[in-house]
Design a protein around this ligand. Structure first.
Ligand code: FES
Ligand code: FES
Length: 80
């Protein structure tokens, strides 16, 4: 299993509207935290999350969360 790229070592906290969001799992998108297709040719693919109501979410930026696509605090344990 390849290691995802660490896009940033903290979550992307943002208020979002209802809809479907494709969270970048590979860490290579230029449109973080969302997929821009850069995963092509890797074993990664985005996780599509359906958001039902306007709310603040913490998308995982380190791509190592145990509860992807959301931050679970794992970023604190990543060395650099
Ligand atoms: Fe990272 Fe698509 S660009 S999963
Ligand atoms: Fe990935 Fe927090 S940013 S677990």
């Amino acid at each position: 299993m390849a290691e995802p790229n660490i896009a940033q070592d903290s979550p992307f906290v943002m208020e979002i509207e209802p809809g479907n969001y494709a969270w970048c799992a590979c860490g290579q998108s230029d449109n973080q935290p969302y997929c821009d297709g850069s995963h092509k040719g890797t074993e990664f693919s985005p996780i599509v999350e359906q958001i039902e109501e306007t709310k603040t979410v913490a998308w995982c930026g380190c791509k190592h969360s145990g509860s992807k696509p959301f931050c679970d605090g794992t970023h604190s344990d990543l060395g650099d």
